[in-house]
Design a protein around this ligand. Sequence first.
Ligand code: FRU
Length: 483
Amino acid sequence: MISVQLTEARAYERLHGAAVSPEQRPLFHLSPTVGWLNDPNGFSFYQGEYHLFYQYHPYDTNWGPMHWGHCKSKDMLHWERLPAALAPDQPYDQNGCFSGSAAETPEGQHILMYTGVRKDGNREFQTQCIAVGDGINYEKLPANPVITKELVPPGGSFQDFRDPKIWWDGSQWLAVAGNRTEDGSGAVLLYASRDLKDWNFKGTIDRSRNQWGKMWECPDLFPLDGQMVLLVSPQELETSDLNFHKGYESLCLLGSWEPEKNRFIRRSVLPIDQGLDFYAPQTLLAPDGRRIMVAWMQDWDSAKCVPEGQNWFGQMTLPRELHIRNGRLIQQPVRELERWRGERTAYENVEVSGDMSLPGIFGRTLDLTLRLQAQDGPFTLKFAQDNSHFTAFTFQPDRSLLTLDRSHSGLPKGHALSRTIPVHSREGLLELRLILDRFSVEAFVNGGEQTLSATLYTPQEAAGISFQAQGKAVIQLEQYALA
Ligand code: FRU
């Protein structure tokens, strides 16, 4: 049975989504059909196609009662819009269907596991729920909510208990969820079930102890290249380390798994994306073995910057292939992006001193790789540039610092405008691959050892690219138009 709330949401998005012309959207980054988008949800491979759901408020470009938007794709870049999958239409989720995940059952059904939010006066309850479907329509289980406060360990919050990530381990269902513990900071809880209805609490696999932020949102746990990876998105991270970002930050915890104790043994904590807009990543395991991650390309800080006249807001990052190498998280845009590459323009051994631009190097939908081969002093690459706008990356070789600066991008003051991070450059060399897609830039540094993502609010006519070197620099460039 499709509820009144879901029927209305579907009718609304059909009508108003069709009114958005393709040019008003990113070319290959997912944006909502209409209204607001935040976290990626239910990123999964089901019956030959990738499905991606998202936190969705179709009726407004601000966050509101959460629905799940839905789309599918064969290559994770061309997305086909599908009708909204979930609406807050049950007593246990009447205040929102919060983030969650999806998986295929051994019988070939698609299941969604999400957080139901219910308010009772000024008390809020978050519980975990299941919906079963065929890739378009999903029925919420009569047994919902399937994980309730009785299954939260002592001291754990019933209000901050959310974002289940589910997977089938060959003999049972497992799921991790974020929780706030008695010390006020975050933890990740593990649950198991044989039938999706009856769940057991298996243990607290890791916790912040107020060292890595407060509430841990959107956990994800998976093996990768011989290690165990736990992704978490802490709120209120306090840090003075330039590698991390204060406030909402997503972290990659690297370690191993202790099966007898159901515990994650954490060895190191890494930033995931060091730009200005990245949160709540989620991964899937592709049929070819690739571990692929997608995240909300936004920070809550700039989430109020809806350009005038635009009736959608929020976009996903590119799906990224993940690896662990030398204790670092390596991220690369999915290789499917290479099929989008059009005209190539390349330059070798270009000497830059002062200000310059190069014929054919410009645009707002590009895959552009810059290799800095030698330099005397700071080097700047500007893009999305016209007489009054630009966004820039500046590399200072002596201190090995990279700055992303969008203070001239058109984004009003008062928002995160720039960020400087230490980079691991080898003898002052640097490789910077930029993916530009109308309203964003994603930078992959030195083969994806570090990444920086940022949304852009610059008119599309600002498509110039230029270079500045203090002293002299030698560069190599390779640009592909993406169309
Ligand atoms: C993360 C988050 C999740 C929650 C969702 C609500 O951005 O706060 O913890 O489920 O957004 O939209």
